[in-house]
Design a protein around this ligand. Structure first.
Ligand code: IFM
Length: 471
């Protein structure tokens, strides 16, 4: 696989959205979304919103290094300022609360809270303590992710996720955080999207640290999952009342034809995107088909690792965005065959809500011990503009409505889905795509840091208000 940063920026041009603002957002009367215990919230991640990258003792992360490397991020953008949330967090939490959102999923920047010798950085810790206490005061359920990709650079300098020791350093970091924050966190997620950390970070180089080797990807994945498995009992010991889980991004792969070769290609796509992570977590083994796709890339696994990785979970976080149509590549694997004329987002990703329903119902069949699920991310990017003080993001409203309907269908088919987080609370640093792609339900003007609530957020707020008012 080529380490070609420009490949990261290739997207298909968005197909025109044909709906209209007149489409109501409110779910039908029989939707499970009306259940008051179905948690509706919004999500963000530290590097994407905080800024203040060298304040109060924060150390550099791999994303500081990567984004400062020419050609790695669109327009040379970095997370140095981002949404300046480190300074504006109080107003941002007020905004979240004013929308009536019941849950907030955030992540902690590891390089902000620990120094290179593993000692706590009080100023960084205090930032998260203040934030979590405020969420508690406001009655907002907190989902805290320990690792959303901002690995301390000093650990990358010692091999990063290719070095088994990083998994043990992650357990130390988890110990510190769960001792310091016990009682203020409702749910802990160890990792966000290990697929992205392992594959985009070490397999194709589109993300930090920018390495490109399939063998690196499988070994990095193993150490990430090991880190997760080591962290779960630490969290259980230090903060018994909270829920513990992990967040995985999942991808729907469909076959371009009925041929056996294309059907096999679609299967391999889902093995590479889903089973690679979910099988070790929920079955305690890697899918052998993965090594048909990438022959000779089996990671080094030590005795007991798979049992550690398969530690029981209280919840599984699922992030879903799009499907990929694939055909056989004529050898071991698959190649993308983009469908013509389908609706796409600013990312070029196809809008395909059925994929979410089908994957969830499929997982229920495949994994007998599937834990309760939260949709920890779902949303879309659009080229939103503030016009006369408003942002009419019609495609996002329709997108959210259709995906929430897919979640409802999965629930009705027996999948235990307990909540849904919009990605994202506000526009932010979209990794290799910088600030051009806007995923927020709140618009951010990066030159003034002014926040403007988009129409989608107003409608979600209206629904939540109606739901709250019901007896
Ligand atoms: O912005 C990201 C997020 O950090 C992880 N999940 C996918 C989102 C959109 O690409």
């Amino acid at each position: 696989m080529a380490n070609d940063a420009s490949a990261a920026f290739d997207t298909l041009s968005p197909a025109v959205f044909k709906g209209s603002l007149a489409d109501p957002f409110t779910p039908p009367a029989d939707s499970s979304l009306w259940r008051k215990n179905f948690l509706l919230g919004a999500a963000t991640a530290s590097y994407q919103i905080e800024g203040a990258v060298d304040e109060d003792g924060r150390l550099p992360s791999i994303w500081d290094t990567f984004s400062a490397t020419p050609g790695k991020v669109l327009a040379g953008d970095t997370g140095a300022v981002a949404c300046d949330h480190y300074h504006r967090w109080e107003a941002d939490i007020d905004m979240l609360a004013s929308l009536g959102l019941e849950g907030y999923r955030l992540s902690i920047a590891w390089p902000r809270v620990m120094d290179a010798a593993g000692r706590p950085n009080r100023k960084g810790l205090d930032f998260y303590k203040r934030l979590l206490n405020r969420l508690k005061e406001k009655g907002i359920t907190s989902f805290v992710t320990l690792y959303h990709w901002d690995l301390p650079q000093h650990l990358e300098d010692r091999g990063g996720w290719l070095n088994r020791d990083t998994a043990y350093r992650f357990a130390d970091y988890t110990d510190l955080m769960s001792r310091e924050l016990a009682g203020t966190v409702d749910a802990w997620a160890t990792l966000n999207e290990p697929w992205c950390s392992a594959y985009l970070g070490y397999g194709n180089g589109h993300h930090a640290p920018g390495l490109a080797n399939d063998r690196f990807a499988t070994q990095a994945m193993h150490h990430l999952l090991l880190a997760h498995g080591l962290a779960i009992p630490v969290l259980r010991g230090n903060d018994p009342a909270s829920q513990k889980g992990i967040v995985a991004n999942i991808g729907r792969g469909t076959a371009n034809s009925d041929s056996a070769a294309d059907q096999r290609a679609a299967h391999l796509f889902e093995v590479q995107h889903n089973a690679w992570i979910l099988d070790p977590l929920l079955k305690g083994e890697y899918p052998q088909d993965l090594f048909e796709l990438w022959p000779g890339t089996e990671p080094l696994v030590l005795d007991g690792d798979m049992q550690t990785i398969a530690a029981p979970l209280d919840f599984l976080g699922i992030n879903y965005y799009f499907r990929t149509n694939v055909a056989s590549d004529g050898a071991h694997g698959f190649r993308d065959v983009p469908l013509e004329g389908v609706e796409r987002t600013q990312m070029g990703w196809e809008v395909y809500p059925d994929g979410l329903r089908d994957l969830l119902t499929g997982f229920k069949k495949t994994y007998r011990n599937l834990p309760p699920i939260y949709i920890t991310e779902n949303g879309m990017a659009s080229d939103d503009k503030v016009i006369d003080g408003h942002v009419d993001d019609a495609q996002r409203i329709s997108f959210l409505k259709r995906h929430l309907a897919a979640v409802d269908q999965a629930i009705k088919a027996g999948v235990d889905v307990r909540g849904y987080f919009l990605w994202s609370l506000m526009d932010n640093f979209e990794w290799a795509f910088g600030y051009e792609r806007r995923f927020g339900v709140v618009h951010v003007d990066y030159s003034t840091q002014k926040r403007t609530v988009k129409r989608s957020a107003e409608l979600v707020a209206k629904f939540l208000k109606e739901r709250k008012a019901r007896v």
